[in-house]
Design a protein around this ligand. Sequence first.
Ligand code: NAD
Ligand code: TYD
Length: 342
Amino acid sequence: MRILVTGGAGFIGSNFVRYMLDSYANYSLINLDLLTYAGNLENLKGLANNSHHRFVQGDICDQETVETLMGSGLDAVINFAAESHVDRSILDASAFLRTNIAGTYTLLEAARKHKVARFVQISTDEVYGSLGPQGAFTEQTPLAPNSPYAASKTSADLLVRAFYHTYQFPAVITRCSNNYGPYQFPEKLIPLLISNALREKPLPIYGDGLYVRDWLFVEDHCAAIDKVLHHGKAGEIYNIGGNNEKTNLEIVNLVLDQLKKSAALIRHVQDRPGHDRRYAIDAAKIGSELNWQPRVQFSDGMRRTIDWYVKNQDWVEHIRSGEYMRYYEKMYDHRSQTLQEL
Ligand code: NAD
Ligand code: TYD
């Protein structure tokens, strides 16, 4: 297979590129990534001389680039490229509307024109909104996005749906829960907690810390996408989840435990506006139809993740020397006076 992977220099995309190159010796991947603040060529270290991987720096909104790649004889497109952080979307949603909606449209239109036989849209459980204490999202749960990020991902999903319905364009959508693992940008909860704890910096917990997410190790997500790519049915949606609900306080305590740091580092800070209380995924459909199950136990995945961040502190330091620190100040300064030390 010859596959266009977009956003393959980001967290999940770079893990997926490595997963596919390891799994399929004869596949070729073209990796289109704009290298925004979240894209990082260090995530693709070791692949520069791999003849099965070609990196192209470019924008999924750029019709000319996208058309050229789509016309190069592709079997499939997997769209990871996105603005992906809820808090940034609350500060300014414009890049989210551009990349997540207009970018997806540009890809869909060009893929349809060039008759690409498979299009996998990597979506998120956040399109379903927030749950009460009971129940889980199924593929039939009504769409009810609550953040600008979630609204932009939902819009993209609706475009994908319309392309299938109108043009029989062979697209599938995956909706996964929160991922964790190596190469995740340290603005997201788990890598932020690990990298701050390693530097004895305060650990910001929004509100009461009793918000619940379902966590999935990134490698399990890659295996699920592999299943959907090869066996998913056009026009279908597949939820992907880890069966692993944790409160944010459980997560921070686990990080502190493993790194043997003091709970005195925890700071309850001002809550995120519109913060979704709970996400949980019912992944029965991908289990029964495509025979996928999460394999990595949370304790194991967290141990591997924390080990990776301990061993790759240079990777974090390079990020911390760039645009990220300006974002960090803007995001956390107003939340609490006690965070000056951040
Ligand atoms: P990420 O922010 O780490 O990576 C996004 C990548 O997209 C970056 O490399 C960035 O440079 C690239 N990109 C951004 N705008 C672009 C553009 N206009 N053109 C080309 N490339 C562009 O995100 P991630 O966590 O790896 O998420 C990947 C996908 O998975 C996203 O679509 C996200 O919505 C979805 N998702 C993420 C999670 C999660 O927990 N991280 C869970 C479910 C779904
Ligand atoms: P995040 O990693 O941003 O993922 P998402 O909001 O897309 O689920 O956040 C995960 C949870 O952690 C969410 O409930 C918000 C919370 N959170 C904090 O408490 N403190 C932080 O500094 C961050 C970034 C997140």
